[in-house]
Design a protein around this ligand. Sequence first.
Ligand code: MGD
Ligand code: MGD
Ligand code: MO
Length: 761
Amino acid sequence: MSNKPRNVPGVHPYDGPAGGWGALKATAIAVKTQMDALVAPQTLMRTNQPDGFDCPGCAWPDKDHKSTFQFCENGAKAVTWEATNKRVTPEFLAQNTVSSLLRQSDFQIEGYGRLTTPLRYDATTDTLVEVSWEEAFSRIGEQLQQLSPHQVEFYTSGRASNEAAYLFQLFAREYGTNNFPDCSNMCHEATSVGLPQSIGIGKGTVSLEDFDHAELILSIGHNPGTNHPRMMGTLHELARKNVPIIVFNPMRERALERFADPQNVMEMATYRSTNIASTYYLVRAGGDSAALKGIAKAVLALEEETGQALDHAFIDEHTQGFPAFKQDIETTSWTSIEAVSGLKRAELESVAQAYVKSKATILTYGMGITQHNRGTDNVRLLTNLLLMLGNIGKPGAGVCPLRGHSNVQGNRTVGITEKPSATFLNNLQQTFHFTPPQAHGHDAVQAMKAMVEGSAKALICLGGNFAVALPDSDACFPAMKKLDLSVHVATKLNRTHLLTGKETLILPCLGRTEADDQATGRQAITVEDSMSMVHASSGKLKPASPLLRSEPAIVAGMAKATLPASQVPYDELVADYDRIRDLIEKTIPGFEQYNQRIHQPGGFQMPLPPRQRIWPTPSGKAMFSVYQGDDEDPALQEADVLRMITLRSHDQYNTTIYALDDRYRGVFGRRDVLFMCDEDLQRLGLEHGDTVDLESAVPGHHMRLEGMTVIRYGIAQGSIGAYYPEANVLVPLDYIDKESGTPSYKSAPVRILRHPEITEA
Ligand SMILES: Nc1nc2c(c(=O)[nH]1)N[C@H]1C(S)=C(S)[C@@H](COP(=O)(O)OP(=O)(O)OC[C@H]3O[C@@H](n4cnc5c(=O)[nH]c(N)nc54)[C@H](O)[C@@H]3O)O[C@H]1N2
Ligand SMILES: Nc1nc2c(c(=O)[nH]1)N[C@H]1C(S)=C(S)[C@@H](COP(=O)(O)OP(=O)(O)OC[C@H]3O[C@@H](n4cnc5c(=O)[nH]c(N)nc54)[C@H](O)[C@@H]3O)O[C@H]1N2
Ligand SMILES: [Mo]
């Protein structure tokens, strides 16, 4: 090994803060490559404004929806990507076969721009050809009438509005199935399963105002500089008030270290920035349970010493199960806590001291907590920590899961779930006079497994990129091709659409930024953000093509063609979305006076009983639970096995790749890298810049990813990072959190194989 650092193309450390001038420059580039320079400023100014549209980026709430434009680089990318000038025309598709498109990267495929006409796959020419809406709907109706409902999967990606999602579930349930695979099954399902057990509701308990009163933030497993950039404004404000922000993350994420707020004139003018994390712990991937147990253990020790660490009144009045939890924590050894978390006892003790000192703590978390094979356990465990000190249901405190897609939470609220409650099904029956299916349906992994086995014959997707987002592409891609019918309601072309079945239809829809005009006039849709605020969104741009239809109209078209005898007045509902909202109000609690209240500035908040210390659990109390053992997966015990984290770059939105840079992590123009720490490089005899192959270390799986370049990075020992979706080939489809079905995208056990050329050299 030479001493001189090797120069690796496209890899240079990034020394600046996150945000700042770099963010403004990146926004200008996004506008220049996608949009008309004259329309762009107006469109961006309408993002998250009272009469504008909800940003299709993330689900972070806005200050009352009435502040001046909140600058957000990645929000701007999401908006310009949708409002692009580029178009996929029938002529383009006539010249490019589906097989040739499939050989291109995801970045190239979506990069062709907006879909403009309904399309059908023509196997004789291997191309996508234009069809009329009528023909598309009647083909779908005919096929669905021939299949039995449990053979059909109805997928939702969390961008769909409440109105579209409600009609979608209504259509599928009247057709006869609860098969609702959903992007949430790959995302915050552990939250949706774990939080209700702990506090009675599967949603976060804080509102934006709580951040003004918090004395401590515990930020675990999320990367807001990229994925929730508007949250950076909040964290920046807190850091400047010296509120401690303690971060647990296996990777050094620049925005959590240093951030320059583009809205802060002084910082911009002086090139200064603010330190965000007061302390940054590089916890091992999957080591959070041990870290949380360590903090709890240290809190119990402080309680022994002072008698003042715990909130006894809260524990006595509001919770159950504390003694068993306490006993489990006391019997967990520091040796195992240190080994599994990769952190030192003294470090976790100092977190406990800060935690006990704070009178109001908010715990924020993301995919670093949920996408593990004990994700649901992780969620309950972090809630235990909050309950110990009564940090739920008081100002400045609570649990804050950072949701993914901009309306994923709303989709769930309006009925997209494979496990509907009996009350909800009963309400549907009373209102619509059909008998909804009672049996639970498939979640995302179960739906794909049914497709792999061949028992599922059709897939109807309301948005998303189902096969690419799921693990194990080698199993999922061929399963798509076996389908009798696949239907995709979409704005842009992606790989899942191109994995055509016997019959494949692609139905182009309006995006959030576009005007939605129906028989009674301009329509608004509604969405629910991460903090349970429901508000209206209305686009103004001219649609990308005159043939586009709105998502509610497309769902209604499919439903009418499939269920000609349905009593649901689809045409009237599509003519005026107020009528859809009236039906939501009638069948789902919490939407009282829906149509009136969405006109309030900022909308309205869905009921969150734990904010009032009301616990809708079976016992009526908040529940402590026990996290048994430290769960070292046997697959991870061997010395050469690493935990692979699959993550998002700064220039991507899930499977949508906007560009090939990951500025804050110092990667430019490429995505074939593997982040590894110095110690692991040395231990494995590798050098920064070496090319390696990877193999799954889950017993019985021999999946491979070849030709990755290892690069030196600040990441916890034993953990490596690679980009999603390229690395999905290494995550087995059944390597999931058993309780929630969430794939373990953040701790796939892998081994490094030397690249053949290097081994020979
Ligand atoms: N611009 C942009 N915005 C987005 C998205 C996007 O792709 N692009 N996606 C949207 C969606 S659907 C979602 S779900 C959210 C995702 O938002 P995040 O939750 O931030 O998702 P990731 O980028 O996958 O990973 C989060 C972080 O978890 C850390 N991590 C990985 N493993 C562990 C672990 O074991 N423990 C801990 N403590 N940390 C770990 C990683 O290092 C990374 O910093 O963002 C939403 N917003
Ligand atoms: N390895 C790994 N895999 C992961 C993850 C990970 O962290 N690691 N994260 C998981 C998570 S958190 C999630 S949420 C899933 C995401 O899974 P999905 O939600 O299925 O994927 P997206 O990439 O968000 O979907 C992109 C497509 O949505 C369509 N689209 C965009 N806007 C609209 C619209 O307004 N309407 C309609 N109808 N279509 C639209 C476009 O055609 C675009 O190609 O991926 C999961 N997969
Ligand atoms: Mo997500």
